[in-house]
Design a protein around this ligand. Structure first.
Ligand code: HEM
Length: 404
């Protein structure tokens, strides 16, 4: 085996955060696997390797089901993060089989096409209402005034939580997901814990109400569902699932819409006509071209050799989704925005057992949002240089100022 190449780059480097793609090209050229010095672990950025490791059951999002903190040399978890870890303990996203398989089987049914399609009309109504609110002003911030309230409104509807709570849900969700960013300090951690506790208390009230009086919504489906042995989910499991869906379900969608509308306005000649002709193709290309989530990590669950590299049990590998989507070995002319790509097998929703369960809802929401936006405001144009958020792997815009 040859020595692993090393890449030297501060992930907070402003040039990299603003436009990561030229850096990814250099990373792919280094080799299939490289050590990213500042992240302290190895990464891969080529499509075939990212895709393969996401599907490889010898790697997992979690490691403590096959070993101990002691064996890994990890310190005990910080006491002040207790409530957050208690939440994560039941999180689909943080579990591996068999618990993952069981929890996922409870949610899969709620995301079948006929369940998700019921939301097309409420999503359209919400999108139209939001455009009604800004149409007369002639300009808006597409992220704050359209994408964010739409995404949180849709997920609140899906869960069965009143729309009036959306601003509070948004605030909690931001505080919770802040803990996953590269820059993290005690202030961020304390806010994450406070938000987790307040958010859990609210969802717990909804869960109790749905247990007494089930309705048609997702939380009701979760509290009434049972597995083959007649066992249902516990309250803690339902509460975590509700919060996970709110967190996972809105942030990525907001950024996918913001990044994607920016790409369309900057790169597609007659965007209103193009979107009207092929909204679905534009959504897939928006997701590929400027994905909202750029990296997920996996632990080697055993000693394993992949892509010519040896990983010891517990080693971390970073899977660069944003890079895989621009790999010229998979996508012809990858830096060109082309809504006619077919197939368009981007990895923005992940692959393997953790692949995004909410993808059908996200796709529907993005298609409706895009169509309504360009139907109502066909003269849309960017009026201020877009500012990219200062958090590399949650890749989104601070604001997208547009006028019509
Ligand atoms: C454009 C929008 C979205 C993108 C790009 C996205 C992306 C992703 C990705 C990449 C993963 C896999 C993470 C990994 O493999 O480590 C994931 C998982 C997940 N997503 Fe999404 N997501 C989006 C929208 C949504 C929505 C709307 C929902 C909920 C309604 C949702 C719920 C989830 C959940 C619950 C998981 C965990 C699945 C599991 O671990 O089995 N996502 N998402």
């Amino acid at each position: 085996m040859t020595a692993t190449p090393v890449y030297d780059l501060d992930p907070c480097d402003p040039g990299f955060v603003r436009d990561s793609y030229p850096f990814y090209a250099a990373m792919r050229d280094l080799g299939r696997i490289f050590e990213w010095r500042q992240l302290g672990h190895r990464c891969c950025g080529r499509y075939d390797d990212v895709n393969a490791i996401l599907r490889d059951r010898r790697f997992g999002r979690q490691i403590l089901h096959v070993t101990t903190r002691e064996e890994l040399g990890w310190p005990e978890p910080a006491a002040h993060l207790g409530p957050f870890h208690a939440f994560e303990e039941h999180s689909l996203l943080e579990l591996e089989p068999p618990r993952h398989t069981r929890l996922r089987s409870f949610v899969n049914a709620s995301f079948l096409p006929r369940q998700v399609d019921r939301f097309a009309t409420p999503i359209e109504r919400l999108a139209q209402d939001l455009i009604d609110g800004v149409a007369a002003s002639g300009r808006c911030d597409l992220v704050a005034d359209y994408a964010a309230p739409l995404a949180v409104g849709v997920i609140a509807d899906f869960l069965g939580v009143p729309q009036g709570l959306s601003p509070q849900l948004l605030a909690w969700s931001h505080d919770m997901v802040a803990i996953y960013q590269a820059r993290r300090d005690r202030g961020i951690e304390d806010r994450t814990v406070a938000a987790t506790m307040e958010f859990s208390a609210l969802v717990r009230e909804f869960v109790a109400a749905r247990r007494r009086d089930p309705a048609e919504d997702f939380l009701s489906q979760l509290v009434t569902a049972a597995d083959g042995a007649g066992r249902g989910l516990t309250d803690d499991e339902v509460v975590t699932m509700g919060i996970l869906l709110l967190n996972a379900g809105h942030e990525a969608t907001v950024h996918a819409l913001g990044n994607g509308v920016r790409a369309i306005l900057e790169r597609v000649p007659d965007p209103a006509a193009a979107v009207a002709a092929n909204a679905a193709g534009h959504v897939e290309e928006m997701l590929r071209f400027d994905a909202p989530l750029h990296m997920f990590t996996r632990y080697a669950l055993e000693d394993v050799e992949v892509a010519g590299e040896r990983f010891r049990k517990g080693d971390v590998v970073g899977l660069l989704l944003g890079s895989a989507n621009r790999d010229p070995a998979k996508f012809a002319d990858p830096d060109r925005f082309d809504a006619m790509r077919s197939p368009n097998p981007h990895v923005s929703f992940g692959m393997g057992i953790h692949a995004c369960v909410g993808a059908p809802l996200a796709r529907l929401e993005m298609q409706v949002a895009l169509r309504v936006l360009f139907e109502r405001l066909p003269g849309l144009a960017i009026v201020e240089p877009p500012r990219v958020k200062d958090a590399w792997h949650f890749h989104g815009l601070e604001a997208l100022h547009v006028a019509w």
